[in-house]
Design a protein around this ligand. Structure first.
Ligand SMILES: [Fe+2]
Ligand SMILES: [Fe+2]
Length: 362
């Protein structure tokens, strides 16, 4: 039987759970209760203590347990949110079955990527980050109209936008001069390697998109990435394409080939160990360590499970916590995409809780 409570996300002070069940219920953590209604809802318990075990009860019975993340040592230096693969312009999703979010398949301005990005922007604004990193595939067909809508939504967050192009923004999908169009609209797509100082931390945006290609490359950016990292300042390194773990493609889409991915990680790791590297492109959630450096992939806003990420950078470490976008219309849509790829998407994309949420001490 399907468990009614899934612990989707944890942070140093919150637990986010997904409820799947019938009827109206009260979820309880400690003294806090949150009403939920079936068949699907998200509840977030806040103001919790770090590194503490909590039980989550439903219908008066303990239904799940969760442990909040440890708070790294030292001062909080910066809070950075990320969104990936917003794909504004798309109206369908994947294959077997291909799913459509509205009957008029050409109305991209009222399709699921737009609902998802608007809801993510509202949640991120409420989280009040110091900056938002936009990790590519902002648009779907690389058109000016798509960028206009996407950037207007991202600007509602009210935080500086740091952006890298994805392959849908001028790689194998080419419709306009994405860099020029975005600049006119007030968002800079960083070229090469650009370091942004964000309060007490740094964010390095690395261009991995190559004109004409779906896969990525960062081979030409090793030296500039090394030079841009200050070992005294914790640094978040963001790019569109995932750094591939195996010497051959075991799934699609293909990211940055392993030899140059490993070399890049070795090079930046020789400068500093106070680094986290994260990408998009794969529309899935994963995390691993490469010689002590956390390397993560964070999924799309618009397909299951439908997430954005929050990074809290401390003197003594970094916290990554994904959030499932909780808006009911978005949630219903992202849940429906589980059945794509002959029901494999629902197993492939979400990753484990420890892929999505962790504390990494430097
Ligand atoms: Fe994408
Ligand atoms: Fe991509």
């Amino acid at each position: 039987m399907k468990r009614p409570i899934e612990v989707f996300s944890v942070g140093i002070d919150f637990i986010q759970v997904v409820f799947r069940g019938r009827g109206d219920h009260l979820l309880r953590v400690g003294e806090q209760t949150i009403p939920v209604s079936g068949p699907l809802a998200v509840a977030t318990f806040t103001d919790l203590s770090p590194a503490t075990d909590y039980s989550i009860s439903f219908g008066g019975r303990r239904s799940a347990t969760a442990r909040t993340l440890a708070r790294p040592a030292g001062e909080l230096l910066a809070r950075v949110a990320t969104v990936s693969d917003t794909h504004i312009g798309e109206t369908g999703f994947l294959h077997w079955p291909r799913l459509w979010s509205q009957p008029n398949r050409t109305r991209f301005d009222d399709a699921h990527p737009v609902w998802a990005l608007r809801a993510a922007a509202d949640e991120i604004r409420a989280w009040s980050p110091d900056a938002v990193a936009v990790k590519g595939d902002v648009s779907h067909r690389d058109s000016a109209a798509e960028f206009r809508l996407a950037i207007s939504i991202l600007q509602t967050i009210g935080a500086p936008l740091l952006a890298a192009q994805g392959n849908h923004d001028g790689g194998n999908h080419r419709g306009c001069d994405a860099v020029a169009v975005a600049a006119e609209l007030g968002m800079q797509f960083d070229q090469g390697v650009v370091r942004h100082d964000v309060r007490g931390a740094a964010v390095l945006m690395v261009e991995s998109t190559v004109a004409g290609r779906s896969s990525g490359s960062i081979a030409s950016h090793m030296t500039s990435a090394r030079a841009a990292i200050d070992p005294e300042i914790p640094t978040l390194v963001f790019m569109h394409h995932q750094l591939m773990r195996w010497p051959f493609a075991t799934y699609f889409p293909v990211g940055v080939p392993k030899p140059e991915a490993d070399e890049f990680l070795r090079q930046i790791g020789s400068v500093s160990k106070r680094i986290l590297v994260s990408s998009g492109h794969s529309h899935r959630n994963r995390s691993r360590r490469f010689e002590g450096i956390p390397v993560t992939e964070v999924g799309s806003t618009k397909d299951f499970p439908g997430v954005w990420a929050g990074y809290e950078v401390y003197e003594g470490g970094v916290v990554q916590s994904l959030r499932r976008i909780a808006d009911p219309r978005v949630l219903t849509w992202t849940e429906s995409t589980r059945k794509s790829m002959a029901r494999a998407w629902g197993f492939w994309s979400p990753g484990r809780l420890r892929d999505r949420c962790f504390t990494h001490p430097w």
